[in-house]
Design a protein around this ligand. Structure first.
Ligand SMILES: [Zn+2]
Length: 245
């Protein structure tokens, strides 16, 4: 089971206090989804992955952590981001859940902080919340934006997306963030997340075009790849887990 603590936090941006929830402990049983979303109970803690100040709207993993301000150079820069129409209205995306909105806003802050890797993960998290809410339209929007982000940061210097040319800082980041605890090959992990995002958005043609000739070191990943290609052939955009592979 998961346990939580209620804590009173001061916002680093407006200096007002609010009640926030911290994860005290959690565990998981079962299989990850094919985009590595963890199974229950860890899955259900997603509402506590971010803190949102109810007074000024600032969103962060820790609203009292000054490093987020430092990442945009000055507190006034962050205030400008948080007070922008783009931020407040989530670029006019009408999310069904405040949690999805907050992940989206977090991604906007991270983009301004030149932290595209974290921004990618924030979009993925927003999509996960949309999945839970049955908000298919916005889940697709978030996944498409995440794919664009990966492709843009890997193609800026290299041209067309190629996981083998993915900048090492991105691979290292994702490795430390998501993979180390699982002992998985990190470049292949990133590639598989992107593959699942493509299929879940219904872009079956790109799945076939870009993944048919690939193979991975990991036997399980090759099984997942074969499974994904078959589901794309059937034009199936459903959620699957590694148990299904
Ligand atoms: Zn605040």
């Amino acid at each position: 089971m998961s346990t939580f603590n209620d804590v009173t936090k001061t916002c680093i941006l407006c200096f007002k206090e609010s009640e926030q929830v911290e994860i005290n402990s959690t565990s998981s049983f079962g299989y990850d989804d094919l985009d590595f979303r963890p199974p229950m109970m860890a899955r259900s803690t997603i509402f506590a992955w971010l803190e949102a100040c109810p007074h000024c709207g600032y969103v962060a993993k820790d609203i009292f952590d000054p490093s987020c301000i430092q990442a945009v150079k000055h507190v006034d820069v962050m205030r400008k981001i948080v007070s922008s129409e783009s931020y407040k209205k989530c670029d006019n995306i009408n999310f069904c859940s405040d949690y999805a909105s907050n992940f989206y806003r977090h991604h906007l802050i991270l983009l301004k902080s030149d932290n595209t890797e974290e921004a990618f993960l924030a979009l993925r998290n927003a999509a996960w919340v949309c999945d839970d809410m049955g908000d298919e339209e916005n889940a697709i929007i978030c996944r498409k934006k995440a794919i664009e982000l990966i492709d843009r940061i890997t193609s800026e210097s290299f041209g067309k997306f190629d996981i083998n040319r993915c900048p090492s800082r991105i691979i290292k980041f994702l490795y430390n963030k998501c993979i180390k605890r699982k002992g998985l090959p990190y470049a292949e992990y990133l590639d598989l997340v992107r593959l699942d995002m493509l299929r879940r958005t219904g872009d079956f043609e790109r799945v076939t075009d870009e993944y048919s000739k690939k193979s991975y070191v990991s036997g399980m990943f090759n099984k997942a790849l074969k499974f994904q290609l078959e589901k794309a052939r059937l034009k199936d955009d459903s959620v699957y887990t590694f148990e299904d592979v």
